[in-house]
Design a protein around this ligand. Structure first.
Ligand code: IVH
Length: 679
């Protein structure tokens, strides 16, 4: 498009109107997001609007305006906090969304630099948190502030001081005196796990929930009472200094190393000094690992590594020309709840599920999201017809995060938990303690199907080819009534089912036959005893000689076992007290199941009775592998550090579990220690 196109009088009014509309919308959403912490559009929608506005303003400079939201970096500071001017403006980053955008960035950089042959980049995860500046005078933290509008931010010194990963004093290096003034910038965030626990705690206290970890971090930082902040598990990664000359370094990579020596926490996933080709691969890697990371990242930041090059490239009014953020697709999107229906699981629990207008969330079409239970619906106040945010996170099913209440028009309908099971029509009961409503009909087809699915699953009998659709048919056609009946199935009985045939039927029968030899712990897990997951099943398998011994155990004897509490003990006793369950086990045995006593866990196993917690990024093995190694040697792995923990296996950038282990005097070991202990 040329400049003469831009003055075409026919389209100008439309463009001007569009720009005005986008500015007004973005101003509004900025306020909701930054000031009220209560966004009504998804990040992706916001980004799309901002991108459109920036592009329009660039093409139509005659409509530029000083107060456009595109020119402002963030939120205006809140009145109740003191504000401070940043010595050096805290700039924003240009954004891209694709590898093409990254290529054009590289081309722009190459054009502008005198020596374009050897441009190296440092690529960093873009943490989705709150940008802050920390000021150190003669090595002591004297001021912390938020980015605010980039020029002035809010003073949050006492809040920042509560964060364990914010150094209060810099590490002294014998060879170099500490700088008189050092201003570093970084991102304060809260891990996904801590965000979840924080919301769970808030939910139990009937407090409003945070929409995402970033909002939780922002809300926690913006507390006038820093003792509240202190209770929030905030963390920090530092990524920049305001003035590169202070540390006498020549590059971003060197600066980060130096900052690390000074005691700052630097993200261990940063890729230093690489050509563009490697940045691409890194972007794909990060995107693939994103859901497994302990904290949320929303993209990658790429920086021209050499400061000399950064200097030649310079900055625009908004952002440096030497850096770009390449964002990932958002994991949270906005959509509408069309209906709320209940699903009945293997324990009879009725789970309300939101049926949604299908929405593409980072490449996956989401049309259902769990609402957990009645209390959760009440707390989030989700109604049929509501506009909501849905989120994909890790391997869990998508969930409804938050309702956009301001979009209601009065036609929304409240969900009512049915009085009878939607599958078998029998009366349901609510367990107040668990806030769960349950169908208690042992013959309910939904419960039977759920139990069989669990029984055949990978970590139980691992029956290949016995999928959900087949199980549905088998139960609906009354060919089987329990998992024990699986072992009486024949090729003749199966081959006429939908999408079957002789060959598939033979394969299924063979897979069932092959599953008959099973370890004791898998067998116990497969039974589907409530509250007895894989971990408990393993404990039971190592403590008891056989199924008869467990069946005869009292609650007291069970509770005396390390790792088994009263709820689990009662549930086990209750399971074996039911004649129907004992009959099913007998039937399994008659059908030729043979249980192999666990070979791996013996009394003399090296880690017998020891409890481990894992934290941080391990170097030579994945976490599941470490867990396997520990459990194979008789140890147990739990999720959080307590007085009962014997060892904390800590990898790189360990986080809050490390601090807790230190506080409780739990012994901290590394990977090679573990390997030594096992061998
Ligand atoms: S560099 C001038 N590096 O992304 C360069 N930013 O708009 C300033 N962010 O406000 C930022 N991780 O809150 C940089 N490794 C990283 C980052 C990062 C997250 C945030 C930061 C900044 C925003 C970009």
């Amino acid at each position: 498009m040329t400049d003469t196109d831009n003055v075409n009088p026919k389209i100008n009014p439309e463009i001007e109107q569009r720009i005005a509309y986008l500015r007004q919308e973005l101003h509004h959403h900025n306020h909701r997001y930054f000031v009220l912490d209560d966004p009504v559009v998804s990040d992706a929608e916001y980004d799309r609007m901002m991108k459109e506005l920036v592009e329009l303003e660039e093409s139509w400079p005659q409509f530029s305006s000083l107060d456009s939201p595109s020119a402002r970096v963030g939120s205006p500071p809140l009145e109740r906090f003191e504000t401070v001017a940043h010595n050096v403006k805290m700039m924003s980053l240009d954004k891209g969304f694709t590898e093409e955008d990254l290529n054009s960035f590289d081309q722009r950089v190459s054009k502008l630099l005198p020596d374009a042959t050897n441009i190296l980049y440092t690529a960093e995860p873009k943490i989705d948190g709150v940008a802050v500046e920390l000021v150190y005078e003669n090595g002591v933290l004297t001021m912390a502030s938020t980015r605010g509008d980039g020029v002035r931010g809010e003073v949050i010194t006492s809040n920042a001081k509560t964060i364990t990963t914010v150094p209060l004093r810099l590490q002294q290096d014998k060879h170099q005196p500490l700088p008189a003034l050092l201003e570093v910038r970084g991102e304060i965030f809260i891990s996904k796990e801590n965000f979840k626990s924080l919301n769970e705690e808030r939910s139990s206290q009937n407090l409003s929930l945070f929409a995402n970890p970033r909002n939780a971090a922002a809300g926690s930082l913006r507390q006038l009472d820093s003792s509240i902040t202190a209770q929030r598990p905030l963390e920090i990664y530092i990524y920049n200094v305001s003035d590169a000359t202070v540390l006498k370094t020549d590059s971003q990579a060197e600066t980060l190393q130096k900052l690390k020596q000074l005691g700052f926490r630097i993200n261990p996933l940063i890729l230093f000094k690489v050509p563009l080709s490697q940045v691409m691969g890194y972007y794909r890697d990060l995107d693939a690992r994103r859901l497994d990371l302990a904290y949320e990242i929303d993209g990658m930041v790429v920086k021209v590594d050499r400061f000399e090059d950064q200097q030649s490239l310079g900055v625009t009014s908004r952002s440096p020309r030497w850096a770009i953020a390449i964002k990932f697709k958002a994991l949270q999107e906005r959509t509408r709840v069309i209906d709320i229906q209940v699903q009945v699981g293997r324990t009879g629990a009725l789970t309300p599920v939101a049926h949604l207008e299908p929405v593409n969330v980072a490449g996956v079409v989401v049309s259902r999201a769990t609402l957990h239970n009645e209390d959760e619906i009440e707390k989030k106040d989700v109604r049929i017809g509501d506009l909501v945010f849905v989120q994909r996170a890790g391997d869990v099913i998508p969930e409804v995060v938050k309702v956009i209440e301001s979009s209601r028009n009065g036609t929304e309908r409240q969900f009512v938990m049915p009085a009878v099971c939607p599958v078998c029509d029998k009366q349901v009961f609510r367990d107040e303690e668990e806030s769960v409503t349950r169908c208690v009909n042992d013959e309910c087809p939904a419960i039977i199907k759920g139990r069989i699915r669990h029984f055949a699953a990978k970590s139980a009998f691992d029956i290949d080819g016995l999928g959900n659709k087949l199980i549905d048919q088998l139960v609906d056609r009354k060919l089987i009534f329990s998992y024990a009946d699986l072992f009486a199935l024949s090729v003749d009985g199966l081959k006429d089912l939908d999408r079957m045939g002789e060959k598939s039927a033979q394969n299924i029968v063979l897979a069932i036959e092959n599953s008959k030899q099973i370890s004791f712990s898998r067998f116990l897990y497969a039974l589907g005893i409530r509250h007895a997951g894989e971990h408990i099943a393993r404990i039971l398998a190592s403590e008891f000689e056989g199924i008869n011994a467990i069946s005869a155990a009292t609650p007291e004897s069970l509770e005396s076992i390390e790792g088994i509490g009263p709820i689990v003990a009662d549930s086990i006793v209750d399971f074996f007290a039911r004649k129907k369950n004992r009959d099913t086990i007998d039937q399994l045995m008659k059908n030729g199941i043979t249980i192999e006593k666990n070979k791996t866990i013996k009394d003399d196993a090296p880690l017998n009775g020891m409890t481990f917690v894992l934290t941080g990024k391990l170097e030579t093995m994945t976490r599941p592998l470490a867990k396997k190694l520990i459990e194979g040697a008789g140890g147990t792995v739990t999720g959080s550090v307590s007085r009962k923990t014997d060892y904390l296996l800590a990898g790189d950038s360990p986080g809050s579990k490390f601090d807790k282990a230190k506080a409780l005097d739990v012994q901290i070991i590394n990977e090679s220690d573990l390997k030594n202990m096992v061998s």
